[in-house]
Design a protein around this ligand. Structure first.
Ligand code: GTP
Ligand code: MG
Length: 420
């Protein structure tokens, strides 16, 4: 499905799966939170009435509330993360710009990207800004790509440092759908690969290796993904054979393409084992990020793409780029839903399970105390009954005694009278 232009929706985007799952999960947790409030007031009420005494559930219930609030906070921040790697100048930054349909990241000949750049959607603010690791709360405004390039070159950056570019999400569909893009410096210019993996790759949902159609995969690129594969179980990896436009005037293009494809599949299927040979065909794409970017920018502006910027056979490459995006969107949303929300679901299940156990306990305690009270009442009633019986026995005894005393007196009186 073709995107309708910059920022506009493609109605059936697979990315929606993530948004819907997030919304549903959020609703479920809101219900759980309401349920906790109900449980809290119910338990307080029966404590006041005195059904359960000497037991304090308040801390436990507060613990549940905190847990659910925590999960909802993390859920709100959850996103889909894609990280791009590849050798210098292979076109990583250009690929990201083409996907975002906007020239956000600086690109150029030579070693351009010096550190990790994360592009993410900003919320209310209409203006783009930068956040650096050393001043995470200071928003540095950026109005243009030139200004961004200048801002990046004016500070000394370590290759493993991260700059966050917060871009108005309304402008780019993928940012709006919660995709976060991470651009990296060339994989060939740094010995810091282990730090890179720890810092940027462990929570990534998809990796894109931007390769160069003019050469085969290099050992540095392969080694990096071997390392990633050791740390993450079955990472989702796409390979873009970029700059495919440069191959049009070569002889035997199809043979070269076949050779690239075979080597890439060998790497993905046999070496890394991250995909099978059938799915592998949906992980390798022959594209031209530059053509995709320039044609999209013009399309969105409604201007014709200048002649000479697109090479012969460009439609097929544009189609392949869109095809890559489709597969990428399906893959990232599925993976993110699974990895991000599975944990929340488990924790949510645990909270509801614990809540149920608490309600069960409250119920048993109430029942026990009711029984105790009934027993006490019964005991008192029995005692009363006994006392009544005792009393009536006593009454009878006293009556008899008085009667005999009276009789005795009467007898004595009458005998005294007779004697007289
Ligand atoms: P570093 O940031 O230096 O690691 O490079 P990068 O991988 O980000 O490459 P970048 O996107 O900066 O592109 C390098 C140069 O290649 C730029 O001049 C791009 O215009 C050009 N380029 C990118 N993609 C293509 C493509 O598909 N075809 C052609 N012909 N040129 C491209
Ligand atoms: Mg770059």
């Amino acid at each position: 499905q073709r995107s309708l232009g910059n920022g506009r929706q493609s109605p059936s985007s697979p990315l929606k799966l993530f948004g819907q799952a997030k919304k549903t999960a959020n609703e479920i947790f809101r219900h759980i939170a309401d349920y906790i409030v109900d449980v809290d007031s119910f338990v307080q009420e029966i404590c006041q009435v005195g059904y359960i005494e000497g037991i304090d559930f308040q801390d436990t219930i507060k613990g549940f509330k905190d847990k659910v609030t925590g999960i909802m906070e993390v859920l709100g921040r959850d996103h889909m993360k894609v990280v791009f790697f590849g050798r210098t100048s292979n076109g990583k930054s250009t690929v990201i710009n083409a996907m975002l349909r906007e020239k956000i990241l600086p690109s150029g000949i030579g070693h351009t990207t010096n550190c990790f750049l994360q592009v993410e959607g900003g919320t209310d603010s209409q203006e783009a800004f930068l956040l650096t690791e050393d001043q995470p709360d200071e928003q540095k405004s950026i109005q243009s790509i030139k200004q961004l390039a200048h801002a990046l070159s004016s500070v000394k950056l370590e290759s493993n440092s991260l700059i966050r570019i917060v871009w108005p999400k309304e402008k780019c569909r993928l940012l709006k759908e919660d995709v976060v893009f991470v651009d990296s410096p060339g994989i060939d210019v740094t010995p810091d690969l282990d730090v890179w993996i720890d810092k940027f790759c462990l929570d990534a949902d998809v990796f894109v290796l931007v390769s160069n159609a003019e050469s085969t995969l290099m050992q540095t690129e392969k080694n990096f993904f071997h390392k990633v594969n050791e740390r993450l179980s079955k990472p989702n990896l796409f390979i873009l054979q970029n700059r495919w436009d440069t191959s049009v005037y070569e002889e035997d293009v199809e043979a070269v393409k076949q050779q690239h494809l075979e080597r890439n599949l060998e790497f993905l299927v046999d070496e890394l084992g991250v995909t099978d040979s059938k799915e592998g065909y949906e992980r390798v794409f022959f594209v031209s990020a530059r053509e995709a970017l320039v044609s999209r920018l013009n399309q969105d502006k409604g201007t014709p793409t200048p002649t000479g910027t697109l090479q012969e056979g460009f439609q097929a490459r544009l189609f392949e780029f869109a095809n890559f995006e489709r597969k990428f969107e399906e893959c990232i949303s599925k993976s993110a839903v699974k990895t991000k929300f599975e944990q929340h679901t488990q924790r949510g299940k645990k909270v509801t399970g614990d809540l149920k156990a608490l309600m069960d306990k409250t119920f048993t305690l109430c029942l026990e105390q009711l029984r105790n009270k009934e027993w006490e009442r019964q005991e008192k009633a029995d005692e009363l009954d006994y006392k009544q019986k005792q009393l009536s026995l006593l009454t009878v005894e006293v009556k008899d005694k008085i009667k005999s005393m009276v009789e005795d007196v009467e007898r004595k009186v009458s005998s005294a009278l007779n004697e007289e």
